[in-house]
Design a binder for this molecule. Sequence first.
Ligand SMILES: *Cc1c(COP(=O)(O)O)cnc(C)c1O
Length: 430
Amino acid sequence: MICDNISVKDGVLYFAGANTVELAKEYKTPLYLMDENKIRNNCRVYLNAMNKYFGANAMPLYASKAASFKKIYEIMKDEGMGIDVVSSGEIYTALKAGFNLKNAYFHSNNKTDEDINFAMENGVGYFVVDNKEELDAINQIAKERSLTQSILLRLTPGIDTHTYEAVNTGKVDSKFGTAIETGQAEKMVEYTLTLSNIKLCGFHCHIGSQVFESDTFIRGSKIMLEFIATVKAKFGFVTEQLDLGGGYGVRYLDSHPTIDIADNIRQVAECIKSTAAELNIEIPKILLEPGRSIVADAGMTLYTVGTVKEITGYKNYTSIDGGMTDNPRFALYGSPYTILPASRMNDTADFVSDVVGRCCESGDIIQKDVTLPKAKRGDILAVCTTGAYNYSMASNYNRITRPAVVMIKDTKPYVAVKRESLEYLTENDI
Ligand SMILES: *Cc1c(COP(=O)(O)O)cnc(C)c1O
């Protein structure tokens, strides 16, 4: 199976030890399932490995854009994770969950004045600053509030990760960050050090997403440490924190490799130690920002099949009761997914069709050319590894309500996010 929290008993698919067909019956479909134990275990892989190899002050930050709702922040607080937030909405949700925002890092390439004020008002620990305009705005607002804001500067180390274009963020010409290669990053540091209400704590980079090559983070950390040595020599600036971003890949298909994250962290730590020694610089506090690898395999989406359309001589469609409104990732970047016939796991899979949603869009596709037992109306289909960037990217297109999120803890389900009601849809309409 694609993940060790998926199993089969008597032809029925089990997720996190719970019977998916019974869950579909009880909570209706479409339905997001999330495995709380898996989320916690994924956090602990980072917490333990970073503590062991980077030292006790290292900290993983959960990149909460991957899945953001109160229960997630409660789990992160409980596990001792920091968080990365990208909007007032994520900050607000974390606050509502009682998360201590001292350990929050505020990202985004265009923070509005409203965002900046909201974050400062609520004591967000660090801003990760993308560009000069933003830096000036943060300095100005900090001055008005008579405070000194701690920040990291987001830099682009100029690495091409060979993953999807849409999730490739570390290249020189990226929309995010300030480039090292062009000399602009150095100038930013020099300028930042002149600002009265900014405390520069260090640097951040995020190379990409769904990264499998183990040398990507090693190359990234080397470039960042060389930069840290340069600004120490030029400006006498001592870097306290180095945030290497997120991006470790997860398995969406059986053909995808499994990443040993702890061993990867060990390798990155070795590189950091030897490079820092060579460059004669202190090793800063190391941060990582995993999103997908914390929640993706802790998720699964259940759907009910409506119709099966066979266009003789052309192709077949299996339509489900959800689609791009709860999972836009195939429509956005052709993301692969594994789909399982949850209610008929022992039947022969011999029917090829595109599994499509019910939105008025031809691009509303969950996955093309899927081989399953030919479905009947009422069959339950499960899409695996949907814990990241599904609920958080969901929309109300076609006025479709967002599904519930049901968490499973020790095989017992509970509702973490309610299914949206029809009334909810018109709540803001005047
Ligand atoms: C999206 C993002 C992450 C998380 O990336 P994953 O691929 O989900 O691990 C971390 N840091 C930043 C700045 C991001 O934009």
